[in-house]
Design a protein around this ligand. Structure first.
Ligand code: URA
Length: 433
């Protein structure tokens, strides 16, 4: 077999065998296939796609290219949640304690900020003392004891995906459904959970800008899980505006704690309850409706808040963050306001630009090596459908000396559109696959 033959076969629309896919992926990982041939192969996939069987094989080979975590030391059904990434997405901080408080083990390896989207690990690190790196033994011990542990990715999960993703990023082959689905699912399969709840974001702040491509991606991921005898549900959720009230690390932890106290944004609460209910349902706790009620009860009775406290303490964070988040979390007290320049209704928000504005304040990374400033971020006072007057504050910017306020303001100006005709507020849950 030669790389040329496999590239030609896919270029002409042929169906690849397991041997051919394995030959290309492993050959590339081992350095036997050069970048230019792998790039041509990826471009052929971009135009010709992979069918259901090819996707399952592509995913399996990438998953098996590194460590395959064995979660069997953890008792019970292990359900993982994955978000395709958005602005203000702090759901794990609320969903994980809800689910754990209902006795379902949450053993989560989470990521850091990427592009215009934030990462759970950076958010948790804004709690003083909180350790996001635990040994595997301690990780298992905490999940068995408290039903919850969230750590940064330490295992070498799907290294083939890492290398191929970097090449896709440089060759305009990222946005192809088969490649995205197998990239995400290879890491999920290697992570060892039994079932997956996939939060597929749709809209201006998401990878998938429209509902039909998001649905296609969701179905591809659910199919891949099925092909590997795992269950998965995809929840399509709105990312045409930032999620909840805050974006930025400490500010999102503050919002998560307020939500666990029964306060805060209604749409964010609905999303957290929906994802928790699906996780509990896949773990076998009962029907989706029953699990939704149980999740609501865990939130309303403070059971989930207590679980959050236990979780913070178990990972050496300052548990006083639960009582006095504003005191314990580093939150900048230097505030700048972005105001409406006309009367009308908020008609659209380019959410990706909002995420980038947040990065310019220092909340995310422009380069991989950049340090995060946990104290900065954005507070959203108006959302789509809200009536505004010239001079009303739309967004509060929590800034530091290092923030590039001019760039952030400029992006917010481009992101917010005001119209004289009334626009309806957005639904948060769009579909279930
Ligand atoms: N996230 C991933 O992990 N992979 C992709 O291809 C796209 C988004």
């Amino acid at each position: 077999m030669r790389p040329y033959d496999v590239i030609l076969k896919k270029r002409n629309g042929g169906k690849l065998t397991k041997e051919e896919i394995e030959y290309m992926i492993m050959g590339y990982v081992n350095g036997e296939i050069p970048d230019y041939q792998m790039s041509a192969f990826l471009m052929a996939i971009y135009f010709r796609h992979l069918d259901k069987d090819e996707r399952a094989i592509f995913t399996e080979i990438m998953a098996k290219s590194g460590d395959m975590l064995d979660l069997s030391p953890i008792k019970g059904v292990k359900v993982d949640k994955h978000s395709t990434g958005g602005v203000g997405d702090k759901t794990t901080l609320v969903v994980a304690p809800i689910v754990a408080s209902l006795g379902i083990p949450v053993a989560k390896m989470s990521g850091r900020a990427l592009g215009h989207t934030g990462g759970t690990i950076d958010k948790l690190e804004s709690i003083p003392g909180f350790k996001t790196s635990l040994s595997l033994e301690k990780f298992f011990e905490n999940v068995n004891k408290y039903k919850i542990a969230v750590v940064g990715q330490t295992a070498n999960l799907a290294p083939a995906d890492k290398k191929i993703y970097a090449l896709r990023d440089a060759t305009a082959t990222v946005d192809e459904i088969s490649l995205i689905a197998s990239s995400i699912m290879s890491k999920k399969l290697a992570g060892g959970a039994d079932a997956f709840v996939l939060d597929v974001k749709v809209g201006s702040g998401a990878f998938m800008k429209d509902i039909s491509s998001a649905k296609e991606l969701a179905s591809a991921m659910v199919e891949i899980a099925k092909s590997h005898n795992k269950t998965a549900v995809a929840v399509l959720t709105n990312m045409d505006e930032p999620l909840g009230t805050f974006a930025g690390n400490s500010l999102e932890v503050l919002e998560a704690i307020n939500t666990l106290k029964g306060q805060g944004d209604e749409k964010f609460r609905t999303l957290c309850l929906t994802l928790s209910a699906w996780m509990c349902h896949l773990a076998g706790l009962g029907s989706y409706e029953k699990c939704f009620e149980l999740s609501k009860e865990a939130l309303d009775t403070g059971k989930a808040l207590e679980k959050f406290r236990e979780f913070v303490k178990a990972q050496e964070g300052n548990e006083m963050v639960v009582e006095s988040p504003e005191k314990i979390l580093p939150i900048s007290n230097k505030i700048v306001e972005f105001k409406a320049s006309e009367d009308g209704y908020i008609s659209s928000i380019d959410t990706e630009k909002v995420g980038i504005a947040c990065n310019y304040l220092g909340a995310g990374r422009v380069k991989k090596e950049d340090n995060i400033d946990h104290s900065v971020g954005l507070e959203f006072l108006k959302k789509i459908g809200d009536k505004v007057k010239n001079g009303d504050t739309l967004v509060r910017l929590y800034v530091s000396e290092k923030s590039n306020i001019d760039e952030a303001m400029n992006l917010l100006k481009q992101a917010y559109n005001i119209s004289s005709t009334k626009t309806n507020p957005l639904e948060i849950i769009l579909d279930i696959v």
